[in-house]
Ligand binder design. Structure first.
Ligand code: AMP
Ligand code: ZN
Length: 195
């Protein structure tokens, strides 16, 4: 039996187990890389940990370090093999961010001048003290337990084993969400996009 955690409903766990085919390019004890079946550009590949983790925030530090260590080598190979001018490495986490497969994966997407990929995203400068307030909130979260080698607040709502302090914070967070300044800022940015 595999020592890696697995979700029987997860398509990438099935690829890890060899239950469905993939165009595998590289395999280590703890990760695999394979071609994306529906690429943004030819040579677009995915790098995943073998153990199931729904998204980036749920990766262990060891999983992240291992998968991360493979990215430069794979990027060089994709760039050389496709003659790309550059590449994007992207990790979508959560539906709102475009994640469609809930097993953490790093996209390596080769890029060429004039290709049809839309980049960059719209950027909006901070106003007033927004930057300082956002920075201090993130720093507080880091102090509270989102530091290295500790499990952070899972994004997945499947995990019923949250410590009470995190579970109660999640309820408070969802209540506060509508009046959260970062949400307000997002709405404002979208409103300014429409103008
Ligand atoms: P994301 O939208 O970030 O979750 O990316 C999921 C990616 O997985 C998409 O780019 C899909 O084309 C790709 N994908 C889905 N199923 C497979 C599969 N069986 N083999 C290879 N790539 C896949
Ligand atoms: Zn999985």
């Amino acid at each position: 039996m595999s020592r890696h955690s697995s979700d029987p409903a997860c398509i990438f766990c099935k690829i890890v187990a060899g239950e469905i085919p993939s165009s595998k390019l590289l395999e280590t004890d703890d990760a695999i890389a394979f071609l994306d079946i529906n690429p943004v550009n030819h040579g677009h590949l995915l790098v995943i940990p073998k153990g199931h983790a729904a998204n980036l925030a749920e990766l262990s530090d060891d999983q992240a370090a291992h998968v991360g260590s493979l990215l430069p080598r794979l990027s060089r190979a994709v760039r050389a093999a496709t003659g790309a001018d550059g590449f994007n490495v992207v990790v979508n986490s959560g539906r709102v961010a475009g994640q469609t497969v809930d097993h953490c994966h790093f996209h390596i997407i080769p890029r060429r001048d004039g290709d049809p990929v839309h980049w960059p995203w719209p950027h909006t400068p901070y106003q007033g003290d927004e930057l300082a307030r956002v920075k201090s909130r993130i720093e507080a979260e880091l102090r509270r337990g989102c530091a290295v080698n500790r499990p952070c607040v899972p994004i997945s709502h499947k995990n019923p084993c949250l410590p009470p302090c995190i579970a109660s914070r999640r309820v408070a967070t969802s209540r506060a969400r509508s009046r959260h300044p970062m949400v307000d800022m997002g709405s404002r940015a979208r409103a300014s996009d429409r103008r």
